[in-house]
Design a protein around this ligand. Structure first.
Ligand code: ATP
Length: 443
């Protein structure tokens, strides 16, 4: 029968108490190695809509692409199912694993399903319908939601801009201990690598971003432009826990892909990731909790926007916005709640035009050069110091210099999404996949 190209997608193989889909994928790569003929690409780590409510952490699905003897294909789903049953915490109600396999060409319906899953909520029922229509072999557990991410990971293909991530894992038996990643080693790595890696540190609050915080098997993750870059960067990192295994993924992280759709305000729906071009109609103010709130309009409708407290100094940039400023807002749509209307969670902003900010003051006295006071409606001004009166004087206009510039503003790095295009990637487009290097995972 010959060999067949296969895409094997998976998602939601985790729980807050341990495990992670990428770690499972690395175990699976090791297990599949003797069965497959050739790996076609690095495993794909596809970040899906970061604004959906169901995610545990970074909403990532994984797809493995390889060729295999056609006679062996039927063995894969039973093999993966057995592994999922041993690996995942299936008693945890929010763990709903999904695994799917597609042979040969990826159907175009699956590609468009995946494109949607990056920026909006897609119904689970659609995933099952597509799987049935295309006779896609799959396994799900729990409520079956994992099939959404599994199919979306297969359908993505990473044909546009992409980056890489080196993920180092510790032993599953050590996931409740301190990782002990040495900050100075991350600083050295960051300095040596320049813009070949990104999102390593948050200098605004002196923290490392490569080290996660939960009890999961990830020891650290390094994001960068090329596989060789992330592998080189890892050689600088020191940690008290040892690396049990590692793998390089090709990803859509750092590409801003989730924000590539522009909407008018009336088209926004809860949980979308959306860009919109609008004008400030209500100046920003800080509310309790430290969130900066303002309102924008696209000339037909208006909507509340929030730069939440964790975005850090980004809020002080937001506070410098004035009525009349024009911007493109990158956001996640928060549904209406008991206390708030539908609100845009601002993930970034591109300032396109700054309004002239004018303030008015009373004129100075012609006699004593001190500030005058209003003498009453239509009665001009009077000087409270020397008593001089002026009927004809008007308020004086001041054009206040703006403290913002046109351009792209982002929350502090630690508050950015995996998909956010960081400053160091502005203008970059990695369009050609690097061929598999000899050693891209271990074991
Ligand atoms: P981890 O980072 O450990 O992999 P996670 O943050 O990826 O966790 P999951 O536990 O995988 O979160 O849960 C996300 C769930 O939402 C999955 O079941 C996935 O299939 C589903 N999902 C992902 N994107 C969408 C979407 N756009 N619409 C509907 N469901 C989605």
């Amino acid at each position: 029968m010959g060999s067949e190209s296969v895409s094997l997608g998976m998602d939601d193989i985790d729980s807050p108490t341990g495990g992670c889909t990428t770690h499972f994928a690395s175990l699976l790569v090791e297990r599949l190695e003797p069965l497959i003929e050739e790996w076609k690409d690095y495993p794909h780590l596809i970040r899906l809509n970061p604004n959906i409510p169901y995610r545990t952490r970074g909403n990532g699905g994984v797809c493995l692409n390889f060729t295999i003897d056609s006679n062996e294909i039927g063995e894969i789903i039973p093999l993966v199912t057995g592994m999922v049953q041993k690996y995942a915490d299936l008693k945890y109600p929010n763990t709903n694993p999904g695994v799917a396999i597609v042979n040969g060409e990826i159907p175009s319906t699956l590609k468009s399903f995946s494109q949607k899953a990056v920026w909006r909520t897609v119904p689970k029922s659609l995933a099952f319908r597509i799987a049935d229509e295309h006779q896609i072999d799959y396994f799900t557990h729990g409520n079956g939601r994992g099939l959404v991410g599994a199919l979306a990971a297969i359908g993505h293909g990473l044909e546009g801009d992409h980056t890489y991530e080196y993920l180092a894992y510790r032993k599953m038996s050590e996931t409740h201990e301190d990782r002990g990643v040495e900050k100075s080693s991350v600083e050295t790595m960051n300095a040596k690598m320049g813009n070949r890696t990104f999102s390593n540190l948050d200098l605004t609050n002196d923290t490392m971003l490569i080290e996660p915080h939960g009890p999961d098997p990830v020891l650290y993750g390094i994001r960068g432009e090329e596989p060789q870059d992330v592998i080189e960067a890892a050689s600088y990192i020191k940690s008290s826990q040892e690396i049990d295994r590692w793998m390089v993924f090709r990803t859509n992280q750092g590409t801003g892909e989730h924000l590539s759709h522009h909407f008018s305000i009336d088209e926004l729906r809860p949980y979308m990731s959306a860009s919109l071009t609008a004008e400030i109609v209500e100046a920003p103010h800080i509310i309790s909790g430290g969130h900066a709130i303002f309102a924008v309009s696209d000339s037909k409708h208006s909507i509340q926007c929030a730069a939440y407290e964790p975005t850090g100094d980004f809020r002080w940039d937001v506070m410098k916005l004035r009525v009349g400023d024009k911007l493109t807002i990158h956001s996640g749509v928060r549904p209406q709640s008991h206390s708030y209307d539908i609100t845009l969670n601002v993930e970034g902003m591109l300032i396109n035009q700054l309004a002239d900010h004018v303030e008015y003051s009373n004129p100075l006295c012609d006699h004593c050069n001190r500030r005058m006071k209003s003498a009453g409606k239509d009665k001009g001004f009077k000087c409270p110091h020397c008593g001089h009166r002026e009927r004809e004087h008007k308020k004086v206009e001041h054009h206040v210099p703006r403290e913002l510039q046109l351009g792209y503003y982002l929350p502090r790095p630690g508050a950015q999404r995996h998909l956010t295009r960081p400053h160091s990637r502005v203008g970059k487009q990695n369009l050609f996949s690097t061929k598999l290097i000899e050693i891209w995972h271990n074991p």
